[in-house]
Design a protein around this ligand. Structure first.
Ligand SMILES: [Zn+2]
Length: 400
């Protein structure tokens, strides 16, 4: 018990502004500047709307697969530039294929690392970042495109990715041709979807016919296929000569009007730095735990406010009233933070991209967010923006 009390530093007794949530809301109010100018992921998905009649853009997901290199060479020989939405975890087995796709003039694009449903993913930011690390050296002219697995997407995910500084990407890019209509799926009456064809053991010719029919119906659009499946390569070889015979032309995905407009609208085309965390004067953010947890620390102290879960743990260890302080010894705070990304008692919330406990969100928050907090505050010098605990609602308002 005395040991724990010793861990709580003396200077913890200094007066520290513990921000009441209502104070913060009052002091900071609503952000006045709309942030849409820096948001390059958009809530609505992008389709091939506005493409010229007779034009198609071929896109391939989930690869590389065993025959992606062959497909790359075939398309090049046919004068077609495709777009390959790379699944990072699949790329590990084919490091040379990424290089070849690029050399053959195709676009490499981002399809996450582990192919999760983005609206339910525990860490959507690292899903995009990890695959970005693999493909960015092959992305030329800043054409960073993203497609959500399963087309599972909403405005909240877009906001999380934008706030994480991934604004060099545009997306999510959907498709016009090659999707299964759910109501038909059970009846095995797919319109055209290669993965469904192969799971039903359809022939290459039958599957190609499905794509041909849907393509004739729509007359243009973004075509979805999956190069991770080898039979898809045979299907492409079946379809391309027929499509050419019927007068269809092929355009690279970044020339589709919706995609081109989104690319032109971006304010950021370079590498996006990980947002720098901001801590009170005299403290710096340090990594704790094993999956991205952070605390603001000085040489000997850590700066709260701490979560209720951490305070409970502190009291259980015999820390008594001192557990209410806003400054703890660094050792104690690191110990009670726990090993996860979020401090003990808090869980990660993708809608605000922060650790939350009830209505409280726990920092440290990024310098950009602190800047917005100050800009929206009636008193820019107020210490509330330096606090590591904001109300979740306030944070959501700032991040919007
Ligand atoms: Zn996919």
């Amino acid at each position: 018990m005395t040991q724990v009390k010793r861990l709580l530093s003396d200077s913890a007794l200094r007066f520290i502004c513990i921000v009441s949530l209502s104070t913060l809301a009052l002091a900071c109010g609503k952000p006045s500047t709309p942030l849409s100018d820096v948001q390059d992921f958009s809530g609505p998905q992008l389709y091939g709307t506005g493409m010229a009649a007779g034009t198609l853009s071929l896109t391939f997901d989930d690869g590389p697969g065993p025959r992606t290199a062959e497909l790359s060479r075939y398309l090049k020989a046919e004068g077609i530039q495709g777009t390959f939405f790379i699944q990072g975890s699949a790329a590990a087995a084919y490091p040379e294929v990424l290089k070849q796709l690029h050399a053959d003039g195709h676009l490499l694009a981002n399809h996450t690392y582990t192919h999760p449903r983005m609206t339910a993913a525990t860490d959507p930011v690292s899903e995009v970042r990890r695959t970005d690390e693999l493909i960015k050296k092959y992305v030329t002219d800043g054409v960073f495109l993203f497609r959500a697995p399963y087309g599972d997407w909403n405005g909240k995910v877009a906001t999380v990715l934008n706030n994480a500084g991934l604004t060099k990407y545009v997306g999510s890019i959907f498709w016009d041709i090659g999707g299964v209509r759910t109501e038909r799926q059970d009846k095995r009456l797919t319109t055209a979807a290669d993965w469904a064809c192969w799971s039903f053991n359809d022939s290459v010719e039958k599957c190609a016919d499905g794509y041909m029919n849907e393509t004739r119906d729509l007359g243009k659009g973004i075509v979805l296929m999956h190069d991770v499946h080898s039979r898809t390569i045979d299907m492409v070889k079946n379809m391309v000569p027929r499509l050419k015979d019927e007068g269809f032309r092929f355009v690279r995905l970044d020339k589709a009007p919706t995609v081109a407009a989104a690319l032109a609208r971006r304010t950021n085309t370079g590498d996006s730095p990980v947002p720098e965390f901001s801590c009170p004067v005299g403290f710096a953010a340090t990594d704790v735990g094993q999956s991205g947890g952070k605390l603001c620390v000085s040489d000997s102290e850590a700066s709260g406010p701490f979560t209720l879960g951490m305070k409970d743990a502190c009291r259980e260890k015999g820390g008594g009233d001192a557990c209410e302080n806003s400054r703890w010894s660094r050792g104690l705070a690191v110990w009670l933070h726990g090993q996860g990304r979020c401090p003990v008692g808090a869980t990660f919330d993708v809608t605000v991209n922060a650790c939350v406990e009830g209505e409280n969100a726990f920092g440290p928050f990024s310098k950009e967010l602190v800047k917005r907090c100050r800009a929206s505050s009636v008193n820019p010098d107020s210490p509330v923006c330096d606090s590591n605990r904001w109300s979740k609602g306030f944070l959501a308002g700032l991040a919007r």
